[in-house]
Structure formats: structure tokens, C-alpha cells
Design a protein around this ligand. Sequence first.
Ligand code: SAM
Length: 276
Amino acid sequence: MSGLWYTEKQTDHFGITMKIKRTLHTEQTDFQYLEMAETEEWGNMLFLDGMVMTSQKDEFVYHEMVAHVPLFTHPNPENILVVGGGDGGVIREVLKHPKVKKATLVDIDGKVIEYSKKFLPEIAGELDNERVDVRVDDGFMHIAKSENEYDVIMVDSTEPVGPAANLFTKGFYAGISKALKEDGIFVAQTDNPWFKADLIREVQRDVKEIFPITRLYTANIPTYPSGMWTFTIGSKKYDPLEVSDEQFHEIETKYYTKELHKAAFVLPKFVKDLTE
Ligand code: SAM
């Protein structure tokens, strides 16, 4: 991969393409095919099994929107779990909240953590923070073993193929509910509404059967297929739409604002239809 165009194929007829400056590392890990490359447009990028995971230029959108929406919704987020997220971007954002005492990251693939630290240092830089406990383990198994433990759980997984397939099941959401405290809240990345409408509809239906408050919000992420990404929230008590102005405090962000927190839940009709 040098001077070449790299395409993540979304369907047989559509993909997202970027020009590669040079390959930094490739490796078949125990779980997935890992590629790190320097690109002309997006800085260093991580790909897993041919799919874009993150880029230095637009990573802030995804990581801020995964972390800050649930963290500003929960009034006292002290104990946090991130499932997946081995690049460290969500953890970096989580630590911006002073109420967070401990953040546990459980990624199945230690190689993602290792090479993110090497080639994406501004994303992975907080993984060694003393408030962070990094574990290399299957998130599904970790959830199955946890009970009444976390205030907020964030699922920053790969797409629902390979090692992440069981992270999109009703059984997993039931486990998350058990792992959360009685007023806990969780968020999961749920792909894009252009090509994965069925997945979003299914996740919404499953989460609704388990959590009294279920919401969908979106963010604009140029390096992800279609550019429009969704996140599903399941909450036992707090509604992300009812966050008062006093709940927000100043943190340094590039995408998230308290106005955007609310605006992100305003959905185009074809996306809203997936939640009904
Ligand atoms: N933001 C990206 C996206 O939406 O495409 C995903 C980020 S990437 C860091 C996701 C991580 O999930 C990978 O590091 C992968 O190893 C991890 N993962 C996949 N299946 C997992 C599982 N069962 N348990 C824990 N981590 C898992």
C-alpha cells in the first residue's frame, strides 16, 4: 500500500476511498487483519478487516460523541466501562470528566492497543493514565461476569462481523443491563442508516425491550461509509434529551457542544422511522 488508493467496500457497488502515502504496519492478529497506514488526506489511519476504524483527522467526532453524550446525561458518572475502543480515543474523552474515578477498557485484541500507542499517540495517549485499567479480554465475557458495577458503559466495537458479532445481540444488551447500576446508561455505535438500516432497527427493538429509555443519535464522520453514523443509547433512569443546562460543564472539545448534545437526537425522517 504506497501511492495506492485504499477502498473500504460497503456494498458491491459503493466504497469509501483514500490515497495511501505509506504503509506503517500490517498483521493478521489472532482476531482480525490489522493495517496501519499514513494517508495523504486523513493522517495515520487504522483499518481492521478492511474497514476504517479511525483517522487522525476526524477521530474527534466519533470519540467525543460516544463519550460525552452519556457522560453529560448521567449526573454522577464515576465508574466507566469501554468495550472495544483499543485505540484509546473514547478513554481520552472519558477522562475529561472530573467525576470519573475509574475507566476500564476491555478490548479483545492487544495488538490494536499496541499499534495505536505507536502510530496514533494523540488518540491512545491516555491509556496509561492512572485512572484507566486496560484489559485484553472478550467484552462479551467481561459483561457476563459483571453485576451492578458500572455507571456508564460504552460499546466502541468493530462492525457486527468477526469478534464483535455477539456485541450486537439481545443477550449482550441484557448483560449490559445487569452490569450497570440501577441508574446506569449505555451507548453503542450502531453503524450507518444508509446501508445498515436493518441492523439499526433490530438494535433499537432489542434495546427497547430491556431499557425503559432508548434513543438514537447521529454524528457526521467523513471517513465512515455514508458519512452519517448512529449511536444507540439505553438508559435505566436518565433521559439524554432532558439534560439541564446546569449539568453541562466546560471541557475541551472540537465537535461536541451542549447545543449539539440535543441537536444530535433530531433525526431525518428515514432515520427516525428506524426507531419506531
Ligand atoms: N470506531 C470504530 C468504528 O466504529 O468502526 C471502532 C473502533 S475499533 C478500536 C473497535 C475495537 O473493538 C477493536 O479494537 C476490536 O479489537 C474491538 N473488539 C471487537 N470485538 C470485540 C469483543 N468481542 N470484545 C472486546 N473488544 C472487541
